[in-house]
Design a protein around this ligand. Structure first.
Ligand code: AMP
Ligand code: MG
Length: 532
């Protein structure tokens, strides 16, 4: 396949703009945008842009050659300074429930879509600049993004892809050369930070909130228009829109959301802000803000300081919060279906049941066990969750180290010393803990024997679903601190490490270490805010 030698060779087919109603007002001032799905808006040019990193994987998706990605033109285009022929920049209108409350109109306050690229495989990929200036939806904010949050968004979206988690992608990370004022912890200690723009890439950036805003405004015509458009463009396998297809579509959204959350629980990802405006209709992880990775296994952990009291979006709540969000989507599309019991039944079947099964299968895979609906397994899993919380246990390392224990020996001969690496305080493991662990290992041992799982099979299975390298907050923070000093090597290094998260590599030993003590209470490592 031939690669494009110039960004001007990109082919755009801007369906969202062509088929959905536009805001008639074209001035870039903040306002309530009624009766439209989007507003035309131009990115604000950046003073002195510089490309930090480009994802070669995403460039390939867009058929861009290495030379194009290394060019100054690339930097100009993906900083928002130049439009390529065919681009029609726009910001989308959406609403959302934030932390359980209806927030009214939100919209792309600092995201500007450039258009939909059609690649050689005829797939549509929307390009979206995050941090390229104000839009009609910016409300009181500046429409900008800072380097620290952009590094986090860039690295995590690409890491998630390689972990096998549905996600929006990131093409590029560009410094704007502008300074941006941020009060990171909203405590009066503001500072200027470097501005940056990430180009995000996804088949669509439509969120649950896109539908909610029309329902909230009683604009059923636009609601139907957007649902029909979404079905025709991204769910065409369901057939032409009809009452029956609306329900099938909702069922699909439920299934995809369930799968996404199962993956989050598998890899220990905590989104941090699961508001309905941050829920993708395609079931993609979207909007990487104050997210975090479970280190010590703690169901009520959240990295988001804004949520530290209620812990609405902590690790253990993510499945039920996704359900709550889907219920808001169901409310929004109710006028098109007119039967609440059908929506309710779909939510239960396609989300709750599907999640339950998916979660159980996933957890058994993490242990190298085949799927079987069996009460012994229920107990095995619930005991494991209990065990992981008895002492500070690094979730990622626990599963990788468990794969290293040799289960081919007699039960009494199991050598558990490798597990020590997974504990934050291995010297404090007491009698109660060891007793619980022995009891659990006995159950696990028997299950492996009952199901005839060989050691080779077990290790292969486990290491295929239990990653070794994940974007631990402290690793990202180290890369950010270097980047703030103008050194981007660590960003490149982490990008490479996260491209092969399941494959142990002796050169990368330092990237699989549990969180060091210095990072325990450090801003950016354990505490993050929505400020970005
Ligand atoms: P988030 O919490 O990042 O999902 O953002 C919630 C809403 O606030 C969205 O409508 C964003 O577009 C908007 N927003 C967040 N940060 C900014 C900013 N710096 N400038 C303008 N809008 C923003
Ligand atoms: Mg958002």
């Amino acid at each position: 396949m031939s690669l494009l030698q110039s960004l001007d060779d990109l082919y755009f087919d801007n369906r969202f703009v062509a088929q959905l109603p536009a805001d008639k007002q074209t001035e870039n001032v903040c306002r309530q945008v009624v009766g439209a799905c989007y507003s035309h808006v131009l990115p604000t040019p950046a003073r002195d842009p510089k490309t930090i990193i480009v994802s070669s994987d995403v460039a390939e998706l867009l058929n861009l050659s290495e030379e194009v990605c290394a060019s100054d033109d690339f930097t100009q285009v993906f900083a928002g300074n130049r439009l390529v022929e065919g681009m029609q920049p726009y910001a989308m209108c959406y609403g959302g429930h934030q932390f359980g409350q209806w927030g009214g109109q939100l919209g792309d306050g600092r995201a500007i879509n450039l258009g939909e690229v059609v690649n050689a495989q005829q797939a549509h990929w929307t390009l979206q600049l995050k941090g390229a200036g104000k839009t009609p939806y910016s409300r009181q904010s500046d429409g900008l993004a800072v380097l620290r949050s952009s590094v986090r968004e860039f690295l995590c979206s690409e890491a998630m892809f390689h972990l096998g988690v549905p996600t929006t992608r990131a093409l590029s990370l560009v410094l704007t050369g502008e300074k941006v004022w941020r009060d990171m912890f909203y405590d009066g200690n503001g500072a200027y930070e470097s501005g940056a723009v990430v180009c995000r890439v996804a088949p669509s950036f439509t969120r649950f909130g896109h539908f909610e805003i029309f329902a909230a405004r009683g604009d059923i015509t636009r609601l139907k228009q957007l649902v029909d458009f979404t079905i025709r463009t991204d769910f065409s396998e369901l057939g032409e829109p009809s009452a029956d297809v609306y329900l099938k579509w909702f069922s699909q959204v439920c299934l995809r959301t369930a799968q996404m959350v199962v993956h989050w629980q598998r890899v220990g990802f905590v989104h941090g802000v699961m508001n309905t405006d941050n829920m993708s209709i395609l079931g993609l992880t979207i909007d990487y803000g104050p997210y975090g990775w479970l280190e010590d296994f703690n169901l009520i952990w959240t990295p988001n300081t804004t949520d530290s009291e209620l812990k609405r979006y902590c690790f253990g709540h993510q499945p039920k919060m996704a359900f709550w969000n889907l219920a808001q989507l169901a409310n929004a599309i109710y006028p098109l279906i007119g039967d609440a019991s059908l929506l309710q039944a779909t939510l239960n079947e396609s989300y709750t049941q599907h999640f339950q099964q998916g979660w159980q299968t996933m957890m058994l895979e993490k242990l190298g066990l085949p799927h079987s609906l069996n009460q012994t397994d229920d107990l095995l899993l619930s005991d494991l969750i209990h065990l992981l919380q008895l002492t500070q246990t690094d979730m990622t390392l626990f599963y990788r180290q468990l794969a290293k224990v040799d289960f081919s020996v007699a039960l009494e001969m199991l050598d558990l010393t490798v597990l020590d690496d997974a504990y934050y305080t291995p010297e404090l493991l007491d009698h109660t803990y060891k007793k619980a662990r022995t009891a659990w290992l006995e159950k696990y041992y028997r299950r492996l024997r009952d199901l005839n799982v060989s050691e080779t099979e077990r290790v292969l299975r486990m290491n295929a679903v239990n990653p070794l390298y994940v974007p631990r907050n402290y690793l990202l923070q180290c890369a950010i601190e270097e980047a703030d000093k103008g050194n981007f090597d660590e960003i490149h290094q982490l990008f490479n490490v996260f491209r092969a998260p399941y494959q142990e590599n002796s050169q990368w030993a330092k990237y699989s270490q549990k969180r060091p003590d210095w990072a325990k209470e450090k801003a950016g490592c354990s505490m993050l805010s929505c400020s970005s």
